[in-house]
Design a protein around this ligand. Sequence first.
Ligand code: PMP
Length: 359
Amino acid sequence: MTRAYNFSAGPAALPEAVLRQAQAELLEWNGVRASVMEVSHRGAAFEALAAEAERDLRKLLAVSDDYAVLFLQGGATQQFALLPMNLAAPGQAADHVVTGHWSAKAVAEAGSYVDARVAADAGIYTRIPDRPQWRLSADAAYVHICQNETIHGVEFQDAPRDLPAPLVSDFSSTLLSRPIDVSRYGLIYAGAQKNIGPAGLVVMIVRRDLLERAGQPRANILSYAQQAAQHSMLNTPATFSIYLARLVFAWLLEQGGLAAIGERNARKAGALYAAIDGSGGFYRNPVDPAVRSWMNVPFVIHDDALHARFLAEADAAGLMALKGHKAVGGLRASIYNAMPEAGVEALIGFMRDFQARNG
Ligand code: PMP
């Protein structure tokens, strides 16, 4: 068996060099005579690792000291509940811009704790409503967006401007894919299992003044401020996920950091969208070209009956996990940082060949 080009939306492909390093030191890590999974998170070796992970993440994203970096658990989904609990008073307003499945889910979950308002809703998730049309509240605790809709393939290319409240963004499927200006956000959060590492870890970057908000009655374990005060070690963190994330951060720095990675990702996405748009209608991506995702490319074949054959033949050709999410059907290629340009080229070659045989 050889490893396939893996287009999974998440858990997703990890850089092969990272997996090889993890394999090489799985039984005996860093001179501690045990694997990294088998030692205390309170020991000097693991504490040093966690500090290195935070240092490298800060370096990659140029995160200033005005922000705390947290390594949490519970997935991005748990943050849909913890955000309102930590940032808003009970029943206070929180504005949401809905551009797809995940931002819709965030509003629904926040509704248990706040007056979760929809400031704008794209309706059909192929575009982002124009900023002047957003109906933002003067009294909102924050404005929530999903930076990149993993299922619908709609991505904010930048942080929206002129907001009356701090911007909170779900970066699950796009963090570390290109440089961003962290200072434009109040809080950034991301489940790890796309561009960061294995599932079980959530990375959060939060402006420290927001940690001073009273929020709502909650246990310490649900408090971002408590987590920040305890360096995310209020309880046992996801140690193996943090270890792998640390290897991924080091790998990204070796690749030249996010400027270099962003250029590569722009080339990958550009080539794939060009192949879809240039197929004469055989393949189609419905998203407004101005907001197409660099990471998740959903597309359909003009004849629905061909999807099953495409998936089976692609899989046999070493191109795996191209099935679209059931909410939209069709196909989806997730082309995160670990997908090499050669993988995207192989997919494009297969698509041309498939069209020639079935067009
Ligand atoms: N937000 C986005 C943008 C996602 O892509 C996902 C998962 N695919 C989630 C939230 C939910 O993440 P989790 O399963 O880690 O809770």
